[in-house]
Every structure is written in structure tokens, then in C-alpha cells.
Ligand binder design. Structure first.
Ligand SMILES: Nc1ncnc2c1ncn2[C@@H]1O[C@H](COP(=O)(O)OP(=O)(O)O)[C@@H](O)[C@H]1O
Ligand SMILES: [Mg+2]
Length: 259
């Protein structure tokens, strides 16, 4: 079973949009998918239309309550085959004992590979125990970025962190790809940034991008994946293509190498 962390040190690059829509697309294709939201903004639940009652178990409790299981935090969603371990919007980042392996152990100890075919983790931009828990548990990392010169620094910063994790704590971790998001093909600057990312990290690692589509923001606000909200729109087509590409990559049928 693959575990994909969706990560970027910069906020607003589309981590949550990609997490929710890629998870939904994989679930539509028949895979049993668990999305774990580690970002205490708690936006994955919003994007999936899940209204949590006060006191309902959330992913973050794992880091403050030794007795709680990850399974106890898993909620079903309106999308068949898609489950969510939502974030706790009230999580205090300084609380609890630091344990970067907590999530990884929970996934193993609770044998979640028997219940799910794929796990996606939405990570916070902060450089803290939550991000490291995501990166330690993951087998792959997907990096959405906005092709703008200022976002390039966020990618570089994350890659520095990744190489540390990949060479020390989690040797199984590989970069699945860099995903240009909010792409407007006609903007020359976008092409320049994408080719710069390709030049630095390998052109084959730049995935087919997600175009700018206001419907993605609308779908999110309506609490639905893009395919349920506006099937056939640009954003829906791009996520369909991305999911296909990633499935082929993970199955080893694509030519794209994973580092
Ligand atoms: N491809 C896209 N086209 C249009 N709007 C997008 C796209 N991707 C993300 N957005 C919007 O951009 C904002 C930031 O995206 P979000 O997924 O919350 O980023 P992050 O989780 O990295 O902070 C949100 O309002 C979201 O709806
Ligand atoms: Mg987010």
C-alpha cells in the first residue's frame, strides 16, 4: 500500500485542494482511500462536506492522547470508498510529547493496509512534528506548487527537508512528483518556472498540471469533490488525468521514474 504525503512549505499552493480531489478521484476509480488531514486548519472536512460535532475524534488526538487509535478517528464520507481522518482545528501545536513516528506506528499497528489500498496525507506548511509525522509515515511525496517565481523557494525549502528525511529516517520515501497548480498556459512566466523546476529536479518529475479553474474553489466551498460538483470542467478533467498518471506510476506501468 502506498502512502502519499501532499506537501509544500508554502501555504496556498493547493495542498488541500489536491488532497481532497485526488483522494476522491482515486476512490471513484475503485480504490479504498483514506485521507488523513494533519493540517489543523481542518480544511479537508470542509472540502468533503463533513460537519464534525464538537468532541468527535480527530487525527491530531493521536499526538496528545496515547490511548487513542487512528481507526477511532476515521469517518466515512459522501464519496464511496473514501474515508477521512479529519484535523482538529483547535489543536495546540506545542502540546503533547514529540514523537515523529506516531502516525507511522499507528498505520502499521492497526494494519490499515488491510482496510485501504491508498492513504493520502494533507500536511501543514509548518516545519513541525506534524509535517515530520506525515513524511515519516509516507512512501511518496507529492509537491503541488504555483508556477510563480516566489513559490520556487517553498519547493526548494521542502526538497532540502525531504532529502534529510529520505537519507536518514525514512529510506522508503521517494518523490512522486512536482505538480504545477493553478496553471494558466498562456502566462509565459509559468512555463519558465515549470521548466526551472524540471531543470533542477528532473523534467520527468513535473506532473501534468492542474489548470486554474474557479470551479475548484466553488466545489470546495460547496463541500464536494470537483467530479461531483462540475464533471467535465477543466479542473475535473485535470484531476482525472493526474489520478490516472499517478496510478500508472505507482503500479510501475508508467515511464516516469520515481526518485
Ligand atoms: N487549480 C485551481 N484553480 C483555482 N483555484 C484553486 C486551484 N487550486 C486551489 N485553488 C484555490 O486556492 C486557494 C488555496 O488552495 P488550498 O488547496 O487551500 O491550498 P493549501 O492547502 O496549500 O493552503 C483555495 O481558495 C482554493 O480553492
Ligand atoms: Mg491546506
Amino acid at each position: 500500500m502506498h502512502i502519499i504525503a501532499i506537501s509544500n512549505r508554502k501555504g496556498g499552493t493547493g495542498k488541500t485542494t489536491v488532497s481532497v480531489n485526488l483522494a476522491a478521484e482515486m476512490a471513484y476509480s475503485g480504490l479504498r482511500v483514506l485521507l488523513i488531514d494533519l493540517d489543523s486548519q481542518g480544511h479537508c472536512a470542509v472540502g468533503l462536506g463533513l460537519k464534525l460535532q464538537k468532541g468527535e475524534p480527530c487525527s491530531h488526538q493521536l499526538f496528545v492522547e496515547p490511548a487513542i487509535s487512528l481507526s477511532a478517528t476515521i469517518h466515512s464520507t459522501l464519496v464511496d470508498n473514501l474515508w477521512l481522518s479529519p484535523a482538529d482545528p483547535l489543536f495546540d501545536h506545542g502540546s503533547g510529547q514529540r514523537d515523529d513516528q506516531r502516525l507511522k506506528r499507528a498505520i502499521q499497528d492497526e494494519a490499515l493496509h488491510e482496510r485501504f489500498d491508498l492513504i493520502l496525507i494533507d500536511t501543514p506548511p509548518s516545519l513541525d512534528a506534524l509535517l515530520f509525522n506525515g513524511l515519516q509515515a509516507a512512501t511518496r511525496v507529492l509537491i503541488p506548487y504555483v508556477p510563480h517565481p516566489l513559490s520556487f523557494e517553498g519547493v526548494r525549502q521542502l526538497v532540502r527537508v525531504l532529502f534529510k528525511v529520505m537519507t536518514r529516517e525514512n529510506r522508503e520515501l521517494k518523490i512522486l512528483g512536482f505538480l504545477p497548480n493553478m496553471v494558466a498556459e498562456h502566462v509565459r512566466q509559468h512555463r519558465q518556472v515549470n521548466s526551472e523546476v524540471g531543470r533542477q529536479f528532473g523534467a520527468q518529475r513535473v506532473l501534468p498540471g492542474i489548470r486554474n479553474d474557479i470551479r475548484l474553489a466553488e466545489a470546495f466551498a460547496a463541500g464536494k469533490p470537483i467530479r461531483a460538483y462540475a464533471p467535465g470542467c477543466r479542473g475535473a478533467l485535470d484531476f482525472l488525468e493526474l489520478a490516472k498518471e499517478i496510478r500508472e506510476g505507482l503500479n510501475g506501468t508508467a515511464t516516469r521514474p520515481v526518485i
